[in-house]
Design a binder for this molecule. Structure first.
Ligand SMILES: Cc1ncc(C[n+]2csc(CCOP(=O)(O)OP(=O)(O)O)c2C)c(N)n1
Ligand code: SF4
Ligand SMILES: [Mg+2]
Length: 283
């Protein structure tokens, strides 16, 4: 049985008080409780404070380019669809630079779990507005306030019929751990938006700001009702719902590709002579 010590990676270089620490704790607690060993999964990330996550966990990891975690995660899943693949990403990385990949992988329903550290700011590059920054937020780059409307990633995901849509809060680690476990066990593309205070550059969406607004989605809520989920996903200003907003069961991309459905590509036999013959056809 794994212990927390088994997941120890490098010492985090995040600012003291950053919400990322609680996400790291929730994740390690979830892995220990699910009895998953460090070698049994892969974490993929892009660039940003959030994307440093796999450095701080002992595991298989690929730290790629800004916004490009999902193409790598897709490649890994297509090569070995028995291997759990998770992406840890930021709001800029996932919803900005990587927004195109997010849309199309939700549509394909590849079985990858995406955890977004949503601090509503570009943290690593010292505080520019991100797609989830609220309209009017003043930053050094946007001294008159953000002119664009805020992206609602939960409503977007429900609109795209994303297989699993949930929100957690780094100030509520026990609840976040349960959301992470539910996402891990769900079959299909899973998007978990995690409210994560950036204590250095986001002076608006602080721990207090979130605590005044977040609430756990009431028991009896039906996450399979897409219309109800869309209404729930649109809640934001005074009341911000935490929990599983939407869930559906539908075939994954991996299940729809006949030659990897039963046997992962890595376990297929490889015939060099046949490959050479195929290449010759293109000469
Ligand atoms: C294509 C590209 N654009 C911009 C950058 C510069 N850049 C690096 S990190 C970053 C912001 C990351 O923000 P986010 O994904 O929200 O992560 P956070 O640091 O807030 O966790 C930016 C703009 C880059 N490295 N590559
Ligand atoms: S800049 Fe913000 S997101 Fe980055 S480590 Fe510091 S507090 Fe965390
Ligand atoms: Mg960010």
């Amino acid at each position: 049985m794994p212990t927390l010590q088994d997941f120890k990676g490098q010492d985090p270089a995040w600012c003291p008080g950053c919400g990322n620490f609680s996400i790291l704790k929730s994740f390690k607690d979830a892995m220990v409780e699910m009895e998953i060993e460090p070698h049994q999964f892969v974490i993929v990330s892009g660039i940003g404070q959030a994307a440093k996550f796999p450095h701080y966990v002992k595991c298989n990891a690929f730290n790629g380019l800004h916004g490009r975690a999902l193409p790598v995660a897709t490649g890994i899943r297509l090569a070995n669809n028995k291997l759990p693949v998770m992406v840890f990403t930021g709001d800029g990385d996932c919803y900005g630079e990587g927004g195109n990949h997010l849309i199309h992988n939700i549509r394909r329903n590849i079985n990858v779990k995406v955890f977004v550290h949503d601090n509503q700011i570009y943290g690593l590059t010292k505080g520019q507005a991100s797609p989830t920054s609220m309209e009017g937020t003043k930053t050094k780059n946007q001294p008159l306030g953000v002119f664009s409307e805020q992206l609602n990633p939960m409503a977007m995901a429900v609109a795209l019929d994303c297989s699993f849509v949930a929100r957690g809060f780094s100030g509520d680690t026990g609840h976040l751990k349960e959301i992470m476990k539910a996402a891990f066990h769900h079959k299909g593309f899973s998007l978990v938006d995690i409210l994560q205070p950036c204590v250095s550059f986001n002076k608006v969406n602080t721990y207090e700001w979130y605590k005044e607004r977040v609430y756990h989605i009431e028991s009896g809520y039906d996450p399979s009702d897409r219309d109800g989920a869309f209404r729930k996903a649109r809640e934001w200003d005074d009341k911000i719902p935490l929990g599983v907003i939407y869930r559906n069961e539908r075939p994954t991309l991996e299940e729809r590709i006949p030659f990897i459905r039963d046997v992962p590509l890595v376990h297929h036999s490889f015939d060099v002579a046949q490959m050479e013959q195929t290449f010759k056809e293109f000469y």
